[in-house]
Design a binder for this molecule. Sequence first.
Ligand code: CP
Length: 306
Amino acid sequence: MTELRHFLDLDQAAPETLRAMLDSGARMKRSGGKESALAGKTLAMVFEKPSTRTRVSFEVAMQSLGGKVVILEPEGSQLGRGETVADTARILSQYVDVIMYRTSSSENLTEMVEAASIPVINGLTDASHPCQIMADVMTFEEVVGPIAGRVVAWCGDANNVANSWIHAAVRFGFEFRIASPEGFRPPAGVLDWARANNGRVSVGADPVAAVTGADCVVTDTWVSMGDAQAEKRRAALTPFRVDADLMAKANPKAIFMHCLPVYREDEATAEVVDGPQSVIWTEAGNRLHAQKSILLWCLLGDAGLA
Ligand code: CP
């Protein structure tokens, strides 16, 4: 049996495959093409958490490649009544060709992958968000140029998105500097992996040191809806807010990125979010093009990216 092409994390993908995906996505953005490449194929999207960008961009990506989409959520499916993730994977594998799964638990993703007999795409877990970072690297290269050798600075809560940035720093050869308070830093395992693979990843508590001379400044949401610790988190993270003074320490041509949704005046000021260095709308738009490449690779392999 041929090995399934899952898209689970950037540390599990070959650099040349990731590069081919980015190049293919950029080509499709510029010139279109591949409108019937996935005709006859169906994508199932399973959402255990809310989504706007991932949901709509994957649906439009699949449809624009000629494929179809079905969506499952706990409400309205047996997942919400205790049917296991593994059983859901076995059932979906009978009906569709690829699964995109968003879950708060990376253990759930592993359960889905182990039971599925079709490719699985990580649409976000508590540990990573690889689809987002493919769009982010694509955006950097579209706006600034090749990312290899450049500097990206992360300020604030080094969360699942930051973990995928660390993977990307190794895979694409750029420096990634993190400024976060104690308790909001990446897991040791992710940093160990970066070190073992000669990654240039640093973690500190000084946002100015992280941002000075950077080509890109990135942050993410501090507080999830209904978080009982919201005020405690805000107090710890406020010194890491991205404002105009902090952006001024970066390279004068630096861009500001945020995977969205953004909460203005929490993790970044409105002046930065809506300012001239912000590329957040291009970044959100590129989810569509990056995800077309991910779908093509999962379903057609390297030939799908040519
Ligand atoms: N950035 C991101 O994944 O957005 P959604 O949660 O809206 O999918």
